[in-house]
Design a protein around this ligand. Structure first.
Ligand code: NAI
Length: 279
């Protein structure tokens, strides 16, 4: 896809971090924006910012873990702008702890619901219409380096992100040779965003699972430090744009992890032991 001006992009999780940066980049290319996010104040602020910059924008409060909410997003995008040309399935949360931790199944539901089912709902709500309109278009799904390498203490996140890589790979194989749709999967290492504070969006009924404890605060601080040392989101956004133009499937903004991906593949092929993401 090369022509962006006047076309429409839908960005989930577009009020913060990587989603906000990609929206900014696509808005600067003259695209109409549909910003979908669960956090109303951040959504309002993002919409006001894009409007002030002269971008045509619709803000739609959306819970990507809720299929009806995602379908309502697709209807709202269609009402306002008509055909969609880019879908960035990006909203995500990180949470949970070691897999053997008891009584945290609600966190698994939350993380898998947002990070994996959110992507699947998005593909199903938008994909058929994107193919039907016949113009060049792209779906980019945000996974993570944790979708390519196992990440201890982030079991639910790793499972969800492996799933995002898998659904993206299959969708690409099913569409690339026969349709106008191109698919990419974004697998960053650390990026300077608010992901370490994902708990701000945990559903009310699970809030007790994130009540302050020494252990939880320790994990959260460690995650904040890693994220703070990460890449600026604007650099990721530039790579996403280039991948859409070049029709590249895998978007790996952190090439330093390439050797670990190769090592994992070699371990699998050799039937050996498991190797982790050596953060
Ligand atoms: P962020 O926390 O700054 O942004 C995430 C956005 O998703 C927020 O605006 C949040 O309100 C929204 N969101 C959360 N739950 C939602 C829901 N149920 N429905 C709709 N919106 C919801 O974090 P960041 O880093 O920008 O996250 C974007 C994506 O990047 C996520 O999928 C994350 O897993 C992924 N990622 C982030 C990395 C990092 O180091 N920051 C590394 C690898 C992947």
């Amino acid at each position: 896809m090369r022509d962006f001006s006047g076309k429409t992009a839908v960005i989930t999780g577009g009020a913060s971090g990587i989603g906000h940066a990609v929206a900014t980049r696509l808005g600067s290319e003259g695209m109409n924006l549909v910003i979908a996010d669960i956090e109303q104040p951040a959504l309002d602020a993002a919409v006001a910012e894009f409007e002030a910059n002269g971008v045509s924008v619709l803000g739609q409060r959306t819970d990507v873990a809720d299929n009806d909410s995602v379908r309502a997003l697709a209807a709202a995008a269609d009402d306002r702008f008509g055909d969609v040309h880019i879908l960035f399935n990006n909203a995500g949360v990180a949470g949970g702890g070691p897999i053997l931790e008891p009584d945290d199944i609600g966190v698994w539901d939350w993380v898998l619901g947002v990070d994996l089912m959110g992507v699947i709902y998005g593909i199903k709500a938008f994909g058929p219409q994107m193919v039907a309109h016949g113009e060049p278009c792209a779906i980019v799904n945000t996974a993570s380096m944790a979708g390519l390498l196992p990440t201890p203490s982030l079991g639910s996140y790793t499972v969800a992100k492996y799933g995002v890589v898998a659904v993206s790979e299959v969708l690409s194989l099913e569409t690339r040779d026969t349709t106008n749709l191109r698919v990419s999967v974004l697998c960053p290492g650390f990026v300077r965003t608010r992901i370490a504070d994902s708990d701000r969006n945990i559903p009310e009924h699970l809030a007790s699972l994130t009540e302050p404890s020494e252990e939880l605060e320790f994990r959260r601080e460690a995650a904040r430090d890693l994220v703070a040392s990460g890449m600026p989101p604007s650099e990721v956004a530039q790579q996403v744009l280039e991948a859409i133009v070049d029709e590249r499937f895998y978007i790996l903004p952190h090439p330093q992890y390439g050797e670990e991906i190769v090592a994992r593949a070699q371990h699998i092929a050799a039937g050996g032991g498991v190797s982790a993401w050596g953060i």
